[in-house]
Design a protein around this ligand. Structure first.
Ligand code: NDP
Ligand SMILES: O=C1O[C@H](COP(=O)(O)O)[C@@H](O)[C@H](O)[C@H]1O
Length: 552
């Protein structure tokens, strides 16, 4: 294997390994070199012979370095997100050598069953078949219940058999079993000696302030904060991570990034499909808990926070908490709530309203759409509306941030010609940052026209393959980077802001405004935004250049 590896490395990288004999110690020298090369290949999304050889070499003999345990391995999240993510990280050589995977759930399954479930989501390309086999070779599966100490001992034994190693536990589980699972992990499965244990928790982190506090107290009694990784996958998205760089690495924005320069901020999430038969689950939560209280609030804090002293996780999270502390709980009069109905004459899903989903309780008033205005009462933002808007079964898939700047003072141009500047950060799809601005119409005329400075990622960065949010976040857990994970006090503040509203909705059951599947949502939401200083003129025209259209 070593010899073959060396030959392949020499061939592919043009590297001369001019040692007389190729011994194991030399692998230590070659591996970093190969990793650098493979890192570049990974960015291009390629897998080659060298990476297969490298992994076989890395897994030869000795103890595991890390064991990643997927609790709830038989479930939906595991098959759709966690196993595919682990595969991409493995394929791209981004995981530490000698990382093993163990799936754990109640169902009596084999690794082969897990493979069959996950494969449709793993996007395996031609030529990667051998690598996939390698991936599943380092997988194991254990069937066990979530409350049996004996079963967790079995899990612990399986980890111990791999040697003394760091342990990662991903709770891809319903919150009902969090308590017993974490108690068992703490009692039975923690790493020994100098190795660490990290526990990754998926939302929902409770349903309201009280249940979230209960969960936080339970977890903090068992684990240190640095052992806990609460995932909000929006924090793993390229453009969400970009917010800090755009704000703090550009001199041009800082002088206007405040109540003097900015009129309103709109943060939107739109999805073009409904609950798709999962309405029973959704109905317990509603769109405010599902998206607004977590994903949109995380984006809000990154837009509004002060510059942290460093890019350390604690410094950043301290600033985010300060923003949240400056926000008063949302009042129901500061919201527009909607629920979708089927499209008349529509086909398939679009003909189905939320209440037509057989898993949704009859007459449910759970919102599938919500717009809310929040105010950050501090010196920078006092008076600036932060409008959060999210919904299912809308006209498109889109998540974006719109920073609308104030009108030009002392305007000298003909009435109504000059429109507001707007900075748009499009999170998805087609990541882009564009600044809508006024310029002279080209040519003889002296009219003003709306145009844009356009940073579309697809045209600026050719052949770019952005990692999935889960890839970044899981890798962060391996590296012990907590910047993009939610700290317990952030969680506390976010629930403090939304719990009174959620309680009111649950007790008073206000009837949501209906909107048609596939529409932009209730028109009342547009009126609400217009009343809160978001000016939509509908005059802006974006014309793609020929080059952009052709993807050049
Ligand atoms: N780099 C790129 O790829 C660039 C692309 N473009 C494209 O140009 C197009 C237009 O740009 P955009 O910035 O969206 O500009 P617009 O000013 O035309 O639209 C802004 C947004 O306002 C919302 N809107 C529509 N009707 C109303 C209404 N009646 N009241 C309130 N809000 C309304 C829409 O979003 P919603 O339905 O969510 O409310 C719309 O996306 C987009 O398709 C954009 O993708 C522009 C610049 C660069
Ligand atoms: O957390 C959630 O997010 C998804 C949308 O995620 P995205 O990465 O595809 O934008 C949403 O569908 C789901 O309801 C919600 O729980």
């Amino acid at each position: 294997m070593y010899r073959q590896y060396k030959k392949e490395l020499e061939k592919q990288r043009g590297l001369k390994c001019d040692t007389p004999t190729f011994r194991e110690t030399e692998v230590d020298i070659l591996l970093p070199v190969a990793d650098e090369y493979l890192g570049k290949m990974a960015v291009q999304g390629k897998v080659d012979m060298l990476s297969i050889l490298r992994d076989e070499l890395a897994y030869e003999g000795g103890a595991a370095s890390h064991v990643f345990v997927v609790l709830g391995a038989s479930g939906d999240l595991a098959k759709k997100k966690i196993y595919p993510t682990l595969w991409w990280l493995f394929r791209d050589g981004l995981l530490p050598p000698k990382t093993y995977f163990i799936g754990y759930s109640r169902s009596k399954l084999t690794v082969d069953d897990i493979k069959k479930k996950a494969l449709p989501f793993m996007k395996v390309k031609n030529g990667e078949e051998q690598k996939v086999e390698q991936f599943f070779k380092i997988n194991e599966y254990i069937a066990g219940s979530y409350d049996s100490p004996g079963d967790f001992s079995k899990l612990n034994k399986a980890i111990e058999q791999k040697g003394s190693c760091n342990r990662l536990f991903y709770l891809a589980l319903p919150p009902t079993v969090y308590e017993s699972v974490t108690l068992n992990l703490k009692a039975t499965c923690m790493s020994k000696s100098d190795k660490w244990t990290r526990v990754i928790v998926e939302k929902p982190f409770g349903k309201d302030l009280e249940s979230s506090n209960r969960l936080s107290n339970h977890l903090s009694a068992l684990f240190k904060e640095e052992e806990l990784y609460r995932i909000d996958h929006y924090l793993g998205k390229e453009m969400v991570q970009n917010l800090m760089v755009l704000r703090f690495a550009n001199r041009i924005f800082s002088p206007v990034w405040n109540r003097d320069g900015i009129a309103s901020v709109v943060i939107s999430f739109k999805e073009p499909f409904g609950t798709q038969g999962r309405g029973g689950y959704f109905d317990e939560f509603g769109i405010i808990r599902d998206v607004m209280q977590n994903h949109l609030m995380q984006i809000l804090t990154l837009v509004a926070m002060e510059k942290p002293p460093t890019t350390n996780a604690e410094d950043i999270r301290n600033e985010k908490v300060k923003v949240l502390k400056s926000i008063q709980p949302v009042d129901i009069k500061d919201t527009v709530l909607g629920q979708y109905v089927g499209k008349p004459g529509g086909k398939g899903d679009e003909a189905q309203g939320y209440l037509d989903d057989p898993t949704v309780p009859k007459g449910s008033v759970t919102p599938t759409f919500a717009t809310a205005v929040l105010h950050v009462k501090n010196e920078r933002w006092d008076g600036v509306p932060f409008i959060l808007r999210c919904g299912k079964a809308l006209n498109e898939r889109k998540a974006e941030v719109r920073i609308q700047f104030k009108d030009v003072a002392g305007d000298i141009f003909p009435d109504g010609e000059v429109k507001r500047n707007e900075l748009v950060i499009r999170v998805q799809p087609d990541e882009a940052v564009y600044l809508k601005m006024m310029a002279k119409s080209p040519g003889m005329s002296f009219n003003c026209e709306e145009t844009e400075l356009d940073l579309s990622y697809s045209s600026r960065y050719k052949d770019l393959k952005l990692p999935d949010a889960y890839e970044r976040l899981i890798l962060d857990v391996f590296s012990g980077i907590q910047i993009n994970f939610v700290r317990s006090d952030e969680l506390y503040e976010a629930w403090r802001i939304f719990t009174p509203l959620l309680n009111k909705i649950e007790t008073e059951k206000p009837k949501p405004i209906t909107y048609v599947y596939g529409s932009r949502g209730p028109k009342e939401s547009d009126e609400f935004m217009a009343d809160r200083d978001f000016k939509y003129t509908g005059t802006y025209r974006w014309t793609e250049s020929k080059e952009t259209k052709a993807g050049l």
